[in-house]
Write a protein that binds this ligand. Structure first.
Ligand SMILES: CC(C)(COP(=O)(O)OP(=O)(O)OC[C@H]1O[C@@H](n2cnc3c(N)ncnc32)[C@H](O)[C@@H]1OP(=O)(O)O)[C@@H](O)C(=O)NCCC(=O)NCCS
Length: 414
């Protein structure tokens, strides 16, 4: 086991309680140079018994937390830890404290029976060493309103109305869940999450992006889409120079997708429309006459760590029947290391057993994280030398097995 007894011994790790949690997370503000916001209600979503701190004497100098999630995986859901609140005080950085906290946390995730851990990384270089692989992508664009011309203009079919937080609470979660169940990478959101993070608006949350709007799209009397967006008004010598930021646009029908984006492109006094953490590929790449005008850029979104190989592999379904022997290398979670035989039946469900047969494919835990939801294919990882094919045809078989019906996407920043 790759452990760092020195850091763990020198800076003992303890678990928070409801009473101590504020002190435990204090190093986070120092790590992110973030001034605490007295109105911050994000703490309502915290789970104190999943928050740890490393102590130098009596002082907490580093912290890490996790949220209990249901993660959509192809064909189902898996219990997952959503790693968050990670920070080490600048006075104690690069002494192995993060590594010690990761060790502690992944042991705890395993003990809780969660087969997967996911996270958003502040810096992409941090977590691969702990077995996290890049598991979903996120798309960002910024388009001048005038450039947002649809390739196949169509009459608007439904209506959009703006709602307040209370009304949104009765609409947005249900619509989101319809999208979530069929989109690998999405996570279940608690009522607290909806009320205090997703739908609420405060000065602090606004930052540079202005007021939050909650829009509901209906057609034939049914809710088919929702949009959360912000508008920052501005003026210059050429007139209105407002900026709209689409935070989350969800649609269950093609017309909802098209009509909601039409709505967003027609908000008055706005010159630029920006979207962050959108799906990849993005529906507007197919809907616009000139998608290049989006200036679409793709970045890393969530990173995924398979904590329990057999449990994670049976939690999802597969694109075709067949068998595959995987040799997994895993220095940080050695219980995963070794050969696993995955058998997929005609119903797409898998069973997993430890194997002695020669492996078809050899890969690291982080590579399994990158392929697990279906974002990257085994053959893509092989082409850059990360996955090794030991038996001819195994990569193609693995690609077909692990393919997801829908591109993975996580729109929840945690
Ligand atoms: C990122 C952070 C948590 C690292 O903590 P730390 O205690 O200094 O990390 P460790 O000393 O345990 O380092 C473990 C390994 O990760 C590497 N590492 C740590 N931070 C890194 C970074 N930002 N980029 C690249 N590598 C990093 C270390 O070099 C070390 O590598 P090694 O195992 O090959 O020796 C800390 O610098 C921090 O709080 N940064 C600001 C807030 C932040 O970004 N938090 C993460 C939120 S997702």
């Amino acid at each position: 086991m790759t452990d760092t007894p020195r850091a763990a011994d020198r800076y003992p790790i303890r678990t928070a309680t409801l009473e101590t949690v504020d002190a435990f997370v204090a190093p986070l503000n120092l790590a992110f140079a973030d001034i605490p916001d007295p109105g911050d209600e994000e703490r309502r979503t915290w789970e104190p018994d999943r928050i740890i701190a490393a102590f130098d004497g009596t002082e907490p100098v580093a912290t890490a937390g996790a949220l209990t999630f249901r993660l959509s995986v192809p064909g189902g859901e898996a219990a997952a830890a959503g790693v968050t609140l990670v920070g080490v005080s600048p006075s104690h950085r690069r002494r192995g404290i993060l590594r010690a906290m990761m060790r502690h946390q992944l042991d705890d995730v395993r003990a809780r029976g969660e087969s997967i851990a996911i996270l958003w990384a502040s810096e992409g270089a941090i977590y691969q060493r702990f077995g996290y692989g890049l598991a979903t992508l996120g798309g960002t664009f910024e388009i001048e309103r005038g450039g947002a011309v649809f390739a196949r203009p169509a009459p608007v079919e439904g209506t959009v109305r703006l709602v307040d937080l209370e009304a949104a609470m009765g609409i947005f979660p249900a619509l989101y869940d319809r999208v979530r169940v069929e989109t690998p990478g999405m996570v279940g959101r608690s009522e607290t999450w909806w009320r205090w993070i997703m739908l609420r608006d405060t000065d602090h949350m606004r930052g540079a992006n202005g007021m939050k709007f909650l829009a509901v799209y209906e057609a034939d009397g049914q809710v088919e889409g929702t949009a959360v967006y912000r508008v920052k008004p501005d003026w210059d010598d050429r007139g209105p120079n407002g900026r709209l930021v689409a935070v989350e646009v969800l649609a269950t029908t093609p017309r909802a997708t098209r009509d909601l984006w039409t709505w967003l492109f027609e908000v008055d006094l706005v010159r630029l429309v920006r979207a962050v953490r959108g799906p990849v590929p993005h529906p507007l790449q197919l809907l616009l006459a000139d998608p290049r005008r989006l200036g679409f850029t793709v970045g890393d979104a969530i990173w995924l760590r398979v904590v329990d190989v057999p449990a994670a592999l049976v939690a999802r379904t597969y694109g075709r029947a067949g068998a595959l022997v995987l040799e997994v290398r895993d220095g940080f979670c050695p219980w995963n290391a070794g050969r696993w035989r995955l058998d997929i039946g005609a119903d797409g469900r898998g069973s997993v057993e430890p194997a002695t047969a020669a492996p078809d494919v050899t890969l690291d835990a982080a590579d399994l994280g990158a392929t697990y939801l279906g974002t990257f294919r085994f053959s893509e990882l092989a082409r850059v030398g990360r996955v090794v094919e030991n038996t001819a045809g195994a990569l193609l078989r693995a690609d077909e097995m692990f393919a997801a019906a829908r591109a993975p996407w996580c729109s929840t920043m945690f």
